[in-house]
Design a protein around this ligand. Structure first.
Ligand SMILES: Nc1ncnc2c1ncn2[C@@H]1O[C@H](COP(=O)(O)OP(=O)(O)OP(=O)(O)O)[C@@H](O)[C@H]1O
Length: 275
């Protein structure tokens, strides 16, 4: 079996300066890999390279495979190749002139669903990410929603695409704790669903459970949500392994600090709650 996502020796440079320097990893179907690292370590550039969204001045080399098929890093039409993004900035993903319901229905219709099934699934996806007034939201334009609502619509849109690989860059930062929990649940259902359960079972298009690259600064969320972790430092991998081994026995200085800070945060919250 091929990994859903294979990245080998990824390099990104800008005017001869290496910003990403030989990053390699693989994610199997149904697995979630946390991409951790200090600010400026190269997380977003790694995601941008995989998504074909690097700034024009940068060049990328290396190998990218999705479900065993090579995808040229120069190819910008990644959704067709089976990789979709959840961006930090929802406005960049949504068309302000098209009703949100229509935007959600387009990938579902492309997958071969009838208009009524596509509408039903769009409503279900909105509900799954905690949008309470799903019917009204379907009729709305992006300018009529709050930042947190828009972020959840973007997540629903990414799930509607049902790609083999989902790249989520800090997908829950703008959300309250309740919404965050709902979104993480919806994302985990996406990565765990099998062909018979998937949104595309009707058309037979979806091949297997989704793989996810999950970029976050929040170790607690990563630990609860991801199976594997990879830590970047100055564009290189400085630590990798199972999420559990990373939390229980961090080796690199940055990872140790991250684990320590997470403990300090939890301990101080606990002592505040009990004092
Ligand atoms: N458009 C750009 N032009 C020049 N350098 C850039 C550009 N974007 C990123 N870089 C540089 O590439 C490196 C990696 O940046 P990147 O945005 O990937 O970091 P990050 O790990 O995602 O950080 P953060 O957690 O703060 O989002 C940094 O040194 C940054 O200064």
């Amino acid at each position: 079996m091929h990994p859903a996502l294979l990245v080998q020796d990824l390099r990104v440079s800008l005017r001869g300066r290496a910003l990403i320097d030989g990053v390699s990893f693989a994610i199997d179907p149904g697995q979630r890999l946390a991409l951790l690292g200090a600010s400026g370590s190269g997380k977003s550039l790694t995601a941008a390279a995989l998504l074909g969204q690097l700034p024009a001045a940068m060049s990328a080399s290396g190998r990218l495979q999705i479900n065993g098929v090579d995808v040229p890093l120069s190819n910008r039409r990644r959704r067709r190749a089976g990789i979709t993004a959840i961006h930090q900035d929802p406005m960049s993903a949504l068309n302000p002139l098209v009703r949100l319901g229509r935007q959600l229905e387009i990938p579902l219709r492309h997958a071969g669903h009838s208009a009524s099934i596509a509408r039903q699934q769009a409503l279900e996806l909105l509900a799954s990410v905690g949008i309470e007034e799903a019917e009204r939201t379907m009729e709305s334009f992006s300018g009529e929603l709050s930042g947190g609502q828009l972020q959840r619509v973007c997540i629903a849109l990414a799930l509607a695409c049902r790609s083999a690989v989902l790249v989520a860059d800090e997908p829950t930062t703008a959300l309250d704790m309740v919404s965050q929990a709902k979104v993480l649940k919806a994302l985990s259902l996406y990565s765990e669903s099998t062909p018979s359960e998937s949104a595309h079972s009707e058309s037979g298009q979806s091949a297997s459970a989704g793989a996810m690259l999950f970029i976050t600064h929040d170790l607690a969320v990563a630990a609860a949500f991801c199976h594997q972790a990879l830590v970047l430092g100055s564009g290189r991998i400085v630590e990798e392994g199972s999420m559990q081994s990373l939390v229980e026995g961090p080796k690199h200085q940055y990872t140790k600090q991250l684990v320590e800070a997470a403990h300090v945060g939890t301990d101080s919250l606990r002592s505040e709650a009990t004092s």
